[in-house]
Design a protein around this ligand. Structure first.
Ligand SMILES: Cc1cc2nc3c(=O)[nH]c(=O)nc-3n(C[C@H](O)[C@H](O)[C@H](O)COP(=O)(O)O)c2cc1C
Length: 221
């Protein structure tokens, strides 16, 4: 059983990567072989609309036809038994690199073909259980006021539609700066952020660990 985790934050060692690692630890506790991929290590391109994956008789086999630096990551995601994706909330959407990755991971697996009125699944019977973890500055109230659930939830829904199963976890009110006193950011209360980090973030870690366990169970069904 192979589970890959993708850190879609430009920052290493911060909130998103920490939670993706926790989810991978959960998967590893179930005996899965895990690997963490840093998506921001190299600049990557999104879908180029070449439509090679939609051409009749194409041999792309569900993996994006473009052979560039993202190709090895796409091959790993395609071959994985489960995928855990972490992203910061950037203006209500996943980070740019995650969006580029998802365009090229999901689109070749999304079929426009009907057979007996049913959408043909490129993956056949196989599902690739996916977890999407979002970290963000906002609290639950602001999340609701900004309708982030619509846009971030749509990412989860697309993962589910194409891969067959997807879960979402939101980590709210994350610590953004190591020293708030050095930043122009007085709308935040550093003491409240620290309190949140010490009380809620460990809960988020545990929830992500449990997500990793559930995804492995789902992949073994
Ligand atoms: C470009 C950018 C846009 C952001 N937009 C939002 C936003 O719309 N809502 C929000 O709650 N947080 C927003 N944030 C905050 C990040 O989502 C938050 O700090 C996140 O936890 C960062 O992840 P990291 O610690 O793993 O790098 C934004 C941060 C940046 C840099």
């Amino acid at each position: 059983m192979k589970v890959i985790g993708i850190n879609g934050s430009p920052r290493k060692g911060w909130n998103t990567e920490t939670l993706v690692k926790k989810a991978l630890e959960g998967a590893a506790s179930m005996g899965a072989d895990t690997e963490l991929i840093q998506l921001y290590d190299e600049p990557i391109k999104g879908c180029m609309e070449c439509y090679a994956c939609k051409r009749k008789g194409n041999k792309t086999g569900g993996v994006c036809a473009i052979h560039d630096n993202l190709r090895p990551v796409l091959e790993k995601a395609f071959a994985a038994d489960a995928v855990i994706i972490g992203s910061p909330n950037f203006f209500g959407y996943p980070s740019g690199m995650i969006r580029s990755f998802l365009e090229r991971f999901l689109y070749p697996l999304a079929s426009y073909q009907l057979e007996n009125g049913e959408n043909v699944r490129i993956l056949g019977q196989r599902i690739i259980p996916a977890g999407i973890i979002f970290t963000m500055n906002s609290n639950k109230h602001f999340y609701g006021a900004m309708n982030y659930g619509d846009t971030l939830g749509a990412t989860r829904q697309n993962l589910e539609y194409v891969l067959g199963y997807a879960e979402q976890y939101n980590s709210f009110n994350t610590i953004q700066f190591s020293d708030y006193s050095k930043m122009d950011a007085n709308m935040f209360d550093p003491a409240e952020k620290l309190h949140q980090h010490e009380t809620q973030f460990p809960v988020d870690e545990q929830k992500c660990f449990e997500m990793g366990i559930r995804l492995v169970k789902k992949a073994s069904e």
